[in-house]
Design a protein around this ligand. Structure first.
Ligand SMILES: Cc1cc2nc3c(=O)[nH]c(=O)nc-3n(C[C@H](O)[C@H](O)[C@H](O)COP(=O)(O)OP(=O)(O)OC[C@H]3O[C@@H](n4cnc5c(N)ncnc54)[C@H](O)[C@@H]3O)c2cc1C
Length: 542
């Protein structure tokens, strides 16, 4: 059996696996991605790419390419509405346009692009930064020991098996994750609550749509509940059916039991509100609407990311986004541990930070599902709705690598009033750096960044020696000198005051902050940097 060594093996080459490869590559870590399918996605699935996900793609230089690809698929910035049928009554407008009210929160916009459109962009980008993607290849077994992980790889089209040895493995292998199952990692949550179907069809819906620009259309008809999305030319689309009601008023969530063409045509006509319209069924996919999250995301050298870590109903469009954000958290940590800049223990913070965010987001998607699509599931144990913007941009990462105040246990905040406390995403503020207008977010991405108040020169001086004692890159900026906010007051937005400072990790999350001048800035920064690198204990022992 032939053998190959790689630093990171990624099992699953869909949205999250490919994103992981891109993020790792941008940190200089090559990876091998194994994907059982023959190529990138052939079904649209995820389409709403939220602002935080677009920020991660912006950081790796992909934002424009994704926006261009998105514009080929959809008229952007459409509405999210509910109707009793497309041609019938409008019931509610959740968003008049999907970026309504969030334009100032980020330099990035929410974008509509299917996995069919997005994955080729990621594939090309992953290849360009040193990842190798192997389609029609399946990881048939995974074993780990103290030094690494060994996977047996089987080509789907025959040919000999081989082994791949990696220091770490990312299981981006989807909701049914064979790797998670083999590791015996339990899932918590609400289980599966609908045997749903997605019907891909062709039909000319231009007359029914009129001049509306609707990105997602929830259908709450008397006989059918689900949602539509349509192609840019309004000649095709898909309908998800989550539940139906028969003539006697009996509700069913077992939709997958009858996927015949006549039934599917009837569903599409019912949801369109036109019993005569010509409909051609292209494909029907059965899937389980469920809300579950893994109880832990790390087992030794194996990390769960994406749907293997949490699966949620599409209500809210959070699932794939959350997976990409898992990858963004994990990639820099793996890169820093692999070349010795960070301690192995930093990898524990992936679970500590991302598992609760996955659970929170899953609950938010579940609440939306119950309230919008199936109140019969019961409203008693629902987490109250948190608006979209905090779910997307306002969640908090809490771990030993983040130095929060002992009594500060908030888990999310409104990104419209960002606090810049440790654990939260550093906020977007328009700034000028070296004469160029940009976002504060454009300062982050690869290295640690220190932003100090206008009188915080001592912090900047200390940054160099603190960073070199850990062998990491720490770029220091003084507000008003290196970073100018056109309207001033950046120090108020970041909470540094005139003489404090904030330390931002390569993933754009704040890991430490002081709002006062440092008494011993080098020591204080070393403690913060040490914690952020999983070397807190070593610093304490100095
Ligand atoms: C109808 C619908 C609409 C949705 N809309 C949205 C939305 O608007 N926004 C959003 O964020 N999310 C949305 N989602 C959710 C989103 O599609 C998923 O969260 C996302 O696809 C998860 O990506 P993933 O890479 O983690 O898993 P998957 O896409 O499931 O990919 C896992 C991959 O691993 C491969 N694999 C598994 N085992 C192996 C193995 N042993 N060896 C090799 N390969 C293996 C599989 O072939 C598969 O390609 C939607 C989902 C549905 C069903």
């Amino acid at each position: 059996m032939s053998h190959e060594d790689v630093p990171v093996l990624i099992v699953g080459g869909s949205l999250v696996g490919l994103s992981t490869a891109v993020f790792l590559g941008r940190h200089g870590v090559p990876s091998l991605v194994l994907e059982r399918h023959r190529g990138t996605a052939i079904h649209p699935r995820a389409a709403l790419v939220n602002q935080r996900t677009m920020e991660t793609y912006r950081a790796v230089g992909l934002e424009e390419r994704i926006e261009d690809a998105a514009a080929r698929e959809f008229v952007q910035n459409g509405a999210i509405v509910s109707v009793d049928s497309l041609g019938g009554k409008e019931l509610d407008w959740y968003f008049r346009f999907i970026n309504e009210g969030v334009e100032d929160l980020s330099p990035s916009r929410r974008v509509f692009i299917t996995q069919i459109g997005l994955e080729p962009v990621l594939l090309e980008a992953a290849g360009a930064v040193g990842a190798r993607i192997e389609y029609s290849s399946e990881a048939v077994s995974v074993e780990q020991d103290a030094e690494g992980v060994t996977a047996v790889v089987r080509p789907r089209d025959g040919g000999p098996e081989r082994t791949v040895r990696a220091r770490y493995l990312v299981a981006a292998d989807g909701a049914h994750s064979p790797i998670r199952e083999r590791l015996g990692i339990r899932r918590l949550g609400h289980g599966s609550f609908s045997d749903s179907i997605t019907i891909y069809f062709r039909a000319d819906v231009r007359r029914l749509m009129g001049d509306r620009n609707l990105s997602v259309i929830y259908v709450f008809g008397p006989r059918l509940q689900g949602f539509f999305r349509f192609s840019i030319d309004l000649q095709a689309g898909f309908l998800v059916v989550n539940s139906t009601v028969d003539d006697d008023g009996n509700r069913s969530v077992r939709i997958g039991e009858d996927m015949t063409a006549p039934t599917c045509i009837a569903y599409v006509r019912e949801a369109l509100g036109d019993p005569e319209i010509e409909v051609e069924i292209e494909n029907v996919q059965r899937w389980s609407a469920s809300a579950e999250y893994a109880e832990r995301l790390r087992d030794g050298r194996v990390f769960l990311a994406g749907d293997s870590a949490h699966v949620m109903p599409p209500t809210g469009g959070f699932g794939g986004n959350n997976g990409v954000q898992d990858a963004y958290d994990l990639a820099w940590k793996l890169a820093y541990v692999l070349d010795g800049r960070a301690d192995e223990s930093l990898l524990d913070t992936y679970d500590a930070e991302r598992q609760p965010v996955g659970a929170f987001t899953t609950e938010q998607a579940y609440t939306r599902y119950v309230l919008r699509l199936d109140p019969s599931l019961g409203k008693d144990d629902l987490m109250p709705i948190v608006p979209e913007a905090p779910v997307e941009l306002g969640y908090r990462h809490r771990s030993d690598a983040v130095l929060t105040d002992a009594d500060d246990d908030e888990t999310w905040e409104d990104p419209a009033a960002p606090s810049c406390r440790p654990g939260f995403r550093a906020p977007h503020v328009p700034v000028t750096v070296g004469g160029a207008e940009q976002s504060t977010l454009d300062l982050f991405g690869r290295s640690f960044v220190l932003l100090a108040g206008p009188d915080g020169g001592d912090w900047c001086t200390a940054a160099g020696s603190a960073a070199s004692s850990f062998g990491v890159d720490l770029r220091a900026y003084r507000i008003g000198v290196d970073v100018i906010a056109p309207e001033g007051g950046l120090e108020a937005s970041l909470g540094t005051g005139a003489a404090g400072a904030v330390l931002v990790r390569p993933d754009g999350f704040v890991s430490w902050r002081s709002s006062v001048p440092g008494r011993a800035p080098e020591q204080e920064l070393s403690r913060a940097l040490g914690a952020a690198l999983g070397r807190g204990a070593a610093v304490a022992a100095r």
